[in-house]
Design a protein around this ligand. Structure first.
Ligand SMILES: Nc1ncnc2c1ncn2[C@@H]1O[C@H](COP(=O)(O)OP(=O)(O)OP(=O)(O)O)[C@@H](O)[C@H]1O
Ligand SMILES: Cc1ncsc1CCO
Ligand SMILES: [Mg+2]
Length: 263
């Protein structure tokens, strides 16, 4: 694999412009913890979130939406069936879908389900380092939803996963890395406080899902999604006195983010 190239701010700004213009409708099948935050993050970026989860409705809706997010954070057997139906319908309608493999590895239901999903042509996969390593190795690791690894330790796993699934793989951490199995982009920035509130990764995955639906170079668009979130995180941290004010400031920074900030 190539050495990582840091994504240029100009390209991120172009990608963000296109995202705001298109205002993608993002069908989110996500976990119970992050529903509102995910919707607010998408709204702050001018996208439209919709959390449709009934099996029949989800299959109907994923064919209509611009993009689908599958996040297994609070998976149940019933939800897995609904998610599978939505993925099948999205694939039939040629709509891109993105996987967030929350806490994959040690837990049986979500681990087997995620391995099954990998055969169904995800457009993108976004996880922390422990999740990407566990998913690639089809082995248990991790202790829950937070990473025990640095993102740099998951580069080979990310590459393998991209090659095996055909997805753009984003592994997040202090630096985010994004690969199609051949090219590798690095995204700097972000902030420690992003790991002290729940759902920045889950919301990023919803943003990735929307960016993956844009026309053009999907690797660049997914890396742009990562940079948009990292940049807003960085800027929000400057004003925040802790996690509470960080969340409010983060949504404001997403809303205000422009080319000047990104470049
Ligand atoms: N140490 C860090 N320094 C700066 N930014 C970070 C750091 N760790 C994570 N981030 C940023 O936080 C965001 C979420 O990434 P993270 O890897 O924490 O996801 P996650 O573990 O799936 O989160 P969650 O499950 O809570 O949604 C990304 O934008 C990432 O760049
Ligand atoms: C805390 C938590 N538990 C299940 S999903 C989730 C959100 C972060 O991934
Ligand atoms: Mg996560």
């Amino acid at each position: 694999m190539q050495q990582p190239t840091v994504i240029s701010g100009d390209l991120v700004a172009e990608s963000l412009d296109l995202f705001r213009q298109r205002a993608p409708l993002v069908h989110c099948m996500t976990n119970d913890v992050v529903q509102t935050f995910t919707a607010n993050v998408l709204l702050a970026l001018n996208a439209s979130p919709a959390m449709v989860i009934d099996s029949e409705e989800a299959a109907q809706f994923s064919a209509l939406a611009d993009a689908l997010l599958i996040n297994v954070g609070t998976l149940t057997g019933e939800r897995a069936l609904a998610m599978r139906a939505a993925v099948d319908a999205a694939n039939q309608a040629a709509k891109p879908w993105t996987l967030d493999p929350v806490a994959v590895g040690g837990l049986k239901l979500r681990s087997e389900f995620c391995q099954q999903l990998l055969t169904l042509h995800p457009a993108a996969i976004r996880g922390n380092a422990s999740e990407i390593i566990a998913l690639a190795q089809q082995a248990g690791s991790g202790r829950g939803v937070d990473s025990l690894h640095e993102s740099g330790a998951a580069l080979q796993a990310a590459q393998q996963l991209a090659q095996r699934s055909g997805a753009i793989v984003a592994v997040t951490g202090e630096t985010d890395y994004v690969t199609d199995g051949d090219r590798l982009l690095a995204v700097n920035g972000g902030a420690k406080l992003m790991t002290r509130v729940v759902g920045t990764g889950c919301a990023l995955s919803a943003v990735v899902a929307g960016f993956a639906a844009l026309p053009g170079d999907r690797l660049l668009h997914v890396a742009s999604a990562c940079r948009v979130m990292a940049c807003a995180g960085e800027r929000a941290t400057r004003q925040a006195s802790g996690p509470g004010s960080f969340v409010a400031g983060f949504l404001d920074e997403l809303w205000m983010l422009n080319a000047e900030a990104l470049i």
